[in-house]
Design a protein. Structure first.
Length: 326
């Protein structure tokens, strides 16, 4: 599976990296514009915020609104970009399995047509995994409120421990659900299914191969995390260099210098995150897509269908076969 994923990246890196770079680059640009606006708000009120005494609430409200809007805009931009990329990877894999080339425009068109179904599937998958934890968290919050309002620590302590043990006990359930429904994003593209039908189809395919899907999935995500961390390390080191090279340690830095250093560090962090995101958003979905194809080959005899479809593409790529000698 890992070899097939790397081979697909090597053979189809232009549409894969191109669409991921375009989308995450656009999301990063949107976040950068919002960050610049937020920093301009901070710079305009820097003297008031760092002056003697505590700043007034009226001075902090614009700052909170600026960063709150920035957070919402960034979340929406990255959610939409991730959904399109997650839909584009199976589109490319469909053609890679058959040995057919595919261009950027075709990938974009087919991925965008499935983006809303992909968003719905990812949200349902996240809810299925998070609902048990949310229930336990609600119990812990209710316990904390009960302890604070009534001051009954003798009862609140055991209830809190019970909620904590419930959290730990539900972790295997969340992992089981995640593996069971992990093929749903690929099914949304490969089979054109709706979110609920894709979850059911994933559960059907994973049945009997749960441990295998878990092992390969963890390996793919672990490898993507390691590679992403290795990519980010040089950028983080560069971000620390301006502070470590500052020789004027006696004087207190001005607000402009602090903003410049902080801004430079955040720009490097966004660039490193973008580069890391390119690999981590492509590699695990490729492995999941290959798992989907493998399970269908094993359980539904998909190999002859793929071989026939691949054979039909040969005349299109290389022309008709030569005529038999007379």
């Amino acid at each position: 599976m890992l070899t097939g994923a790397f081979a697909t990246i090597g053979g189809y890196w232009k549409p894969l990296v191109g669409i991921a770079l375009a989308l995450f680059g656009a999301a990063t640009a949107v976040l950068g514009v919002g960050l610049a606006i937020a920093f301009s708000t901070v710079a305009a009120n820097w003297d008031d915020l760092t002056g003697p005494g505590e700043p007034d609430t009226a001075q902090l409200v614009p700052l909170g609104i600026a960063f709150g809007v920035l957070m919402v805009i960034g979340t929406i931009a990255y959610l939409l970009a991730s959904a399109v990329v997650q839909a584009a990877v199976p589109v490319v894999l469909q053609e890679a399995v058959l040995g057919r080339p595919i261009g950027f425009g075709a990938v974009w068109s087919r991925a965008w047509s499935r983006v809303w179904a992909m968003i719905g599937t990812v949200l349902l998958l996240g809810l299925a995994v998070a609902v048990p934890f949310l229930a336990v968290m609600a119990t812990m919050v209710a316990t904390a409120i009960y302890a604070i309002t009534l001051g009954d620590s003798d009862t609140a302590g055991p209830l809190f421990l019970l909620a904590l043990f419930g959290w730990l006990a539900l972790t295997p359930v969340a992992v089981w659900l995640w593996v069971k429904f992990s093929l749903a994003p690929t099914i949304v593209v490969f089979e054109g299914q709706r979110p609920v039908a894709a979850l059911r189809r994933s559960a059907q395919l994973v049945r009997g191969s749960w441990w295998r899907v878990l092992g390969i999935g963890l390996l793919a995500f672990g490898l993507a995390s390691v590679v992403g961390y290795m990519i980010q390390m040089p950028f983080q080191a560069l971000g620390m260099m301006p502070g470590s090279m500052d020789t004027d340690l006696a004087g207190e830095p001005s607000g402009g210098e602090i903003l410049a250093l902080l801004g430079g560090f955040m720009v490097l962090a966004m660039i490193s995150g973008l580069v890391s995101q390119l690999f981590s958003s492509i590699f695990p979905p490729l492995v999941t897509g290959l798992l989907y194809v493998d399970l269908r080959m094993r359980n539904e005899n998909l190999a002859p269908v793929l071989a026939e479809a691949a054979a039909q593409t040969l005349p299109e790529q290389y022309g008709p076969p030569p005529a038999a000698p007379v």
